[in-house]
Design a protein around this ligand. Sequence first.
Ligand code: ATP
Ligand code: MG
Length: 436
Amino acid sequence: MRLSRAFLPTLKETPAEAQIASHRLMLRAGMVRQTSAGIYAWLPLGWRVLQKVAQIVREEQDATGAQEILMPTIQTADLWRQSGRYDAYGPEMLRLKDRHEREMLYGPTNEEMVTEIFKGYAKSYRDLPRNLYHIQWKFRDEVRPRFGVMRGREFLMKDAYSFDLDHDGAVRSYRQMFVAYLRTFARMGLKAIPMQADTGPIGGNLSHEFLILAETGESQVFLHKDLLEFDVLSQPVDYGGDLSPIVDFWTSRYAATDEKHDLAAWAAIPEAQRVSARGIEIGHIFHFGTRYSAPMGLSVSGPDGKPVVPEMGSYGIGVSRLVGAIIEANHDEAGIRWPEAVAPFKLAVLNLKQGDAGTDALAARFYDAFAPDAVYDDREERAGVKFADADLMGYPWQAVIGPRGAAAGKVELKRRATGERVELSVDDAIARVKAG
Ligand code: ATP
Ligand code: MG
């Protein structure tokens, strides 16, 4: 992308309404624009990041054998009456009427709809287990939308739904999602900690919230220090096999939000191993048995021919919230420092003397080596402006090309995450960035 032609509406001033770094930086970098309270348009830079985040989520869901679908945002009230949630849901639900006065709603979640869809298909135990997910916009009329995309009213969520024949199968599905979540967040450079969460009126102990630590988090969390040191990506994973080595590591060490905090268990942990911090919830997994399948009449014939009501679970990830959360975890005073896996572009080529035959030629050559995963700052702007913008947008690499270097065939490479700079020949610099 050539910046001279790009739609990148950056802001010079810090927006007054933004209270936390990610919100401030997303507005300043021109990633999103608020169109009404808690509702955002995603602009080119932000949209690229959102799609990269969604793609990692998708790949890790697919790896478990879950299958992607796409359910609509608009649902009928009747569906929610079957589960008994239509009246219970309250003012967070956006309720609508169509021209025939039929009651509709903009989906805040999809348990009812997916159960209805699956019911039309599943006849016997051979149709189980299945896991269906989608990545779709949700609407929740939050009392206090804030912190930009972190707590929006319209937001992008990945929600998966598992269907199993019995409790053991449901636990297996739950553990698959547990591991997939750890891998998903780790691939984005995040240290997400699963914490036991409330299961509400349904009971049981199978619900975990995944949180990352950040000063601006809305929850207070308590955890064992070991959990920050586990590298899940270095572990072999076989979703058809035994996931205990990973799951047991996490579930055998203390981690809880303040709602579930157990003072006695906490006191038993040596002081040097205790971490108490603020956290941001980025995912939530939940086993709820027959809470939806039973009232909605989902039943299949079991191996003995008798009807069985499948056990279900649901598994959410806040895809748009993650964009904010990643920035909370990766920024400095100058701007964003994208982890490579989710960066909008891998590198920015900064031509310090636009119009100079030497710098123009070298910059174009460098840009061509990485396009379309690169931006080329070919604007007629001062060097200082280009440096500041590249730091703000947070591309992992900057290739700085000035007249002196160009004459010597050299490029200055800067790594955004560390600030480290090296001067290299063009070929070496290209190889260096390609090596990551
Ligand atoms: P919270 O406690 O933050 O309101 P929740 O428990 O209501 O979250 P879930 O219903 O479990 O959230 O939704 C799954 C995921 O969707 C959450 O883990 C979170 O990452 C994301 N999410 C929920 N509400 C919002 C929102 N208003 N804006 C952006 N993301 C959200
Ligand atoms: Mg909520």
